[in-house]
Design a protein around this ligand. Structure first.
Ligand code: HEC
Length: 138
């Protein structure tokens, strides 16, 4: 096992580096961060704080309670008025047709670990299932 894999990631300390599941989780976080910085942080900011009245925050967002909805909006975007932590936003968010299901799984794992307080992998199989059931398809 390479010692270099045992890194501290954004405050998530992986206590041991023994299992392949932990290494997979770490890979998802590292890749997820890359996707986030490439596709999301322009608007939501690298620290997830959002931008003024334009772009809602992900950090501390009550919207994250519905993971299915989040997976669908990453793929399909959204428009119309929404409330995040009681505050109204109303700007269109573009979808991401180019992302693979694996990319979305990594992104979701990253977002929920960093801001959704869930220390687990969002599996590709559950992304696939959720995407098949999205109500809004643009
Ligand atoms: C062009 C700017 C823009 C980009 C890029 C963008 N978003 Fe958004 N996002 C928005 C806006 C605007 C809303 C609110 C949509 C509305 O008002 O209907 C939103 C809403 C959200 C929400 C639900 C509300 C909340 O704050 O919890 C989540 C989750 C989210 N975006 C995640 C992402 C992720 C993940 C990415 C990258 C794949 C991304 N966004 C890329 C602008 C953007």
């Amino acid at each position: 096992m390479k010692k270099s894999l045992c890194v501290i990631f954004s405050g998530v300390l992986l206590a041991s580096c023994g299992s392949s599941e932990e290494i997979k989780y770490e890979q998802y976080l590292v890749n997820g961060e890359q996707h986030y910085l490439k596709h999301c942080s322009n608007c939501h900011q690298a620290d997830g704080s959002g931008l003024k009245d334009l772009y809602p925050p992900l950090a501390g967002s009550d919207f994250l309670n519905n993971k299915e909805l989040v997976i669908c909006l990453i793929r399909n975007g959204m428009s119309g008025e929404i409330k995040v932590n009681g505050k109204v936003y109303n700007q269109p968010m573009p979808g991401n047709k180019q992302l693979y299901e694996l990319d979305i799984a990594e992104l979701t794992t990253y977002i929920y670990t960093k801001w959704g307080n869930s220390k687990e992998i969002t599996e590709v199989s559950s992304v696939k299932k959720t995407l098949g059931e999205c109500k809004t398809k643009e």
